[in-house]
Design a protein. Structure first.
Lengths: 172, 185
């Protein structure tokens, strides 16, 4: 089997298993990519770091794994495979959602789903805080950024940049 | 698109959708993709009202797959159908992916620099603040009763504190929250 085919199979499977977001399947991704000898454990960590430095969806680590496995075609196949199945599912849901915009049950469903989405967003932030060994300065950066973004019209890029500079300055 | 509500007078042009999602893709560092999408699509451009966005966001969090990319798919589809979805996805995924492929090798050499780790940790901490402020902003329209608040606290505790599996939590929370919404009506 060609590496492109194996990339497509692996990542389209992971796409549909990624409940709670792309990071849910990172351990599986690492295991599979190492078993295929596309990356070593060390290289996986490097690629993960790289995908964090660069802008864009966090799951673009798959692009880098694909590139490592089979060059630019590999990068393209891995990216497509990771996003297509889950996007197709959401696309079908969104079509249905648009069609039923005026349905009588929709306002109830919209109101019922809203607090769940808000709760999951708070929970995502908590999971990130607990997952990164937050130190006191990191808590301070998070708190100040939250306040600035919630209460002032500052552009988020400015706040993110300031967070990065403070992190660098205090050797976070 | 049939059944378009009066809120957005006319759907945005495809090129505008692609441009906005390209900007979102290139501006989002760390976490906080959903926050960027809400800011650009709902708050600044009013392409979508908050209520549809919140329900859509929840759908995207329930569905498997990267939630930011899911949300781009959903917003694009709701704005302009299939072409809108393609415009949003191509805008959000292709430029950052191309950037990564182009820079890949060069940036990988940056690993293991303590100053870079510190900088990224600061960036990540601020990005969490972006997610939190987004949640606070959404609470205003998404959490409007004691029942809503109870659902919210339950989810935050179950997933954020006790780390229960997402699916198990949703199997309980979705019917409860829908029933509460139906009962209130």
């Amino acid at each position: 089997m060609s590496p492109l085919f194996r990339l497509a199979v692996l990542f389209s499977g992971l796409s549909l298993l990624a409940f709670g977001g792309g990071s849910a399947v990172l351990p599986d991704m690492q295991r599979a990519a190492m078993a295929q000898h596309w990356v070593t454990g060390r290289e996986f960590v490097d690629l993960f770091g790289l995908s964090r430095v660069a802008p864009g969806p966090g799951s673009l680590i798959v692009t880098l794994i694909g590139q490592k496995a089979a060059g630019v075609p590999g990068a393209a196949v891995a990216t497509l495979a990771m996003f297509t199945p889950s996007c197709l599912l959401v696309y079908l849901a969104a079509r249905f959602w648009s069609r039923t915009r005026e349905a009588p049950w929709r306002s109830v469903v919209d109101r019922g789903l809203a607090p769940i989405g808000v709760g999951l967003t708070y929970a995502a932030a908590l999971v990130l805080i607990r997952g990164t060994e937050h130190t006191v300065p990191a808590y301070a950066i998070t708190a100040v950024a939250t306040l600035l973004l919630a209460a002032t019209p500052l552009h988020p890029l400015l706040v993110l940049g300031a967070g990065a500079v403070v992190g660098w300055a205090v050797g976070l | 698109m049939p059944g378009m509500q009066a809120d957005p007078p006319r759907p945005p042009r495809l090129i505008a959708i692609a441009a906005v999602f390209t900007a979102i893709g290139l501006m989002s560092f760390g976490s906080g993709m959903s926050a960027w999408i809400r800011r650009e699509v709902v708050i600044r451009r009013r392409w979508m009202d908050e209520r549809s966005f919140l329900a859509g966001l929840t759908l995207c969090q329930i569905a498997p797959g990267p939630s930011g990319v899911n949300l781009a798919t959903l917003v694009g589809t709701m704005l302009r159908g299939t072409p809108g979805m393609l415009a949003a996805l191509l805008g959000m995924v292709v430029p950052p992916a191309a950037l990564l492929v182009a820079l890949g090798a060069g940036l990988a050499a940056l690993h293991d620099r303590p100053w870079l780790d510190s900088t990224l940790a600061g960036l990540g901490a601020a990005a969490i603040g972006m997610t939190l402020s987004n949640a606070i902003g959404m609470s205003r329209s998404g959490v409007r009763s004691l029942g809503d608040f109870a659902v919210l606290v339950g989810i935050v505790l179950a997933i954020g504190v006790f780390r229960l599996p997402l699916i198990a939590v949703l199997v309980l929370a979705v019917p409860v929250s829908l029933a509460l919404a139906a009962w209130r009506r």
